[in-house]
Design a protein around this ligand. Sequence first.
Ligand SMILES: C[S@@+](CC[C@H](N)C(=O)[O-])C[C@H]1O[C@@H](n2cnc3c(N)ncnc32)[C@H](O)[C@@H]1O
Length: 382
Amino acid sequence: MPAPLPVIPKREGEYWTARQRQMHSLHYVVSYRAAFKPELPDYFIRRYTKAGQIVGDPFCGRGTTVLQANILGRYAYANDISPFAVWLTRAKTNPVPLSEVCSFLAGIDWEGSVAESYPPELLLFYHPKTLHELLLLKKSIREAETPVARFVALLAVSRLHGHSPGFFSVYTMPQFSVPPQAQRRINRKRRQVPEYRPVLPRLLAKAKAALRDGQIAKIRRMSMHNCYTRCDARTLYGWQSESVDLIVTSPPFLNKVDYLANNWLEYWFLDIDPETFGAQMLQTANLEEWQAYMACFLQEMERVLKPGGVCVIEAGDVLYRKQTINLDETIAAALAAAGCRFLQPLEVLIQRQNFTKLSHCFAVTNNCKGTNTQRMLVLQKK
Ligand SMILES: C[S@@+](CC[C@H](N)C(=O)[O-])C[C@H]1O[C@@H](n2cnc3c(N)ncnc32)[C@H](O)[C@@H]1O
């Protein structure tokens, strides 16, 4: 007999603003598929923790929870199976002053020579001279291996592909790396060939925008004590039992986003081999499999949370076999099946808001008519 599903109280309202880009400028440095707004972790971190406590995110993505925790004076545990996500999170939580970025970039000989091979498909995106500068930058970053070099790499990654002249590439999609054959079609349709886009001024402009809101020393002081791991979220090696005060996280919603294919330009720039982790990604189109994964994940949450600690899981709704499924309900069913003795549901918080920009629609089925609903399952360890 399956365990009976608990009745979970629901609270519905507009708990944070629908306006875009209201939080610290570092949050917006790089786009990432299925990232949540920083207002979401901000709300729960303020509600459930005090300064000096520990906030974790086992599916950290671009590090939204982790950065917000550090900004609010909390320490953070960051985990993701993708080395790109962990790298992004570490780089964002270790910003450096603008003067250091300027000196690092001034030290590069942009006319120098570089003997590095590259995939020829890159020429669909970059003018040969832009690509030459990118190869020089990549080499300088690799040789330096310093915090400033990693921060410059973060800035470079943010400029690899996009719509506007502020990017290094010809017109392409900003949210993900378009596959070469699709870019070939875009170029043909738009009758475009990549023009020369100097790398240096674009990096400097991006550095100014990313560092605009300051607090660099404070973020670094907190992030020194962060813990960054790259594990499957069901087995968080390095996260001690009963050590975390609050988890704020968002797992992949079934197979809505292909994190491997979507980031190939970033992987090229950072020398990341997707073969090394692809098979471990939670990427399934099967709801039962997803629920079984979540049951093991919840057991791990029960292990790492302190007694009294809270776990917030954001999970939208998805279209599954022509039916809309609220994934928070699937997680509640997973909790009942997991047999967790101490982890109990507190509430489902439903954030409703009107949408002005459709560009933020994705992975959820109901937000394309100007409204969006986000559902957060809130659990507490007794
Ligand atoms: C919805 S995104 C999280 C986005 C994050 N909340 C943010 O704001 O950037 C889900 C993340 O889960 C990661 N992931 C996928 N499978 C995983 C696994 N088995 N263990 C840990 N992380 C995994 C993906 O790499 C992705 O970064």
